[in-house]
Write a protein that binds this ligand. Sequence first.
Ligand code: ADP
Length: 374
Amino acid sequence: MTQKASENDDGPTVARMSKLRSPRPPASEVIALSADGIIALDRDRRISVFNPAIERLTGLSSTQVLGKTCSSVLRVTDQHGDALCSGTCPVLDGGSRTFDTEGFIDNTHGHRVAVALRYSVRCSARGKLNRAVINVRKADGLHQTDYMRSILLPLVSHELQTPISIIKAYASTLARVDANWSDEIVREKLVAIEEESDRLSRLVSRLLYTSRLEASSISLNPLLLDLPQETQRVARRLAELDEIHEILVNFPADFPPVMGDPEKIYEILANLIENAMKFSPRGGTITVEGSIAGGEVHITVGDQGIGIRSSEHERVFERFYRVHEPDVGNLPGTGLGLHICRLLVHAHGGRIWVESEPGRGSRFTFALPIVGEE
Ligand code: ADP
């Protein structure tokens, strides 16, 4: 058409007309260009559109999520870490409307991202879902306080309060003027106060460490590592503190060197082995095995402990998530260890997962790229 216009005497007019009538870009192009994340859901709440902006925000590719339900992919939580999808999801409401909400999503790089979500829902007269579109936008500054609250509230209410109460109770008992405590009792209570203070201090430093890791990208000091040797070092150190478990380390002779930050790799291994000890309360063997698979090395920490239901396999890596097992009582912990492991493994370009069944032990594996094979 433009070519025709230039051939014509009254070319400029035709050219102007053609400009006015320039074809609208297809909707798919507009959606792909949008700086906001766009997710479209079909009548079964399955994802039919997942644009590049939401791919960047979540770290997931559209091929991974198309056809899946929105709640299984987004997992939006509120500032207390509770799932929004199962509570206030407007798509389940049965009415045509728009709805705004705010929350957090955990991206595949292990970062918690504050997001503002705008739902536009269309339902039939009978209240059956026809289609829904969700716009997702990062909401940094706005949520800084909510973000801190989301870290602090659950921890303060559940974990910090217990040692504080114990310290207070023992200190008040010792300070009673009407009591005449024996040396033995005084020592016993002082030891308890010391232990609880240590616990409190560990909790606070773990909390600060987690928020530092989440708030900024993790800086690594990578070196070429001899993982079998590093693993032996961690295992020896932890074995000294534990008498009821046996730790076996097994790596093939041709295990390749891996690029990693020695401190961070130590931390990942120590977290996994300590968990294996803690969640195998009757003892047993803990194995740390190395293997090579494709372009990766795999390091697996296996135990013979209480195991984990398959519905919890993903969730145990979430911040503060702890499985409640009435049979094993209240084992100490913060629900931060595996979350930290995942942040550190992702910072190394790796992956982490668990295979487990209740009563049949667990196998936690992390994979790291082999040098020169990425
Ligand atoms: P913490 O151990 O401080 O509770 P983690 O983040 O390390 O926190 O672990 C989260 C939860 O995952 C634990 O509370 C426990 O329910 C489960 N878990 C972790 N490791 C194991 C294991 N080896 N065996 C069984 N359950 C485990």
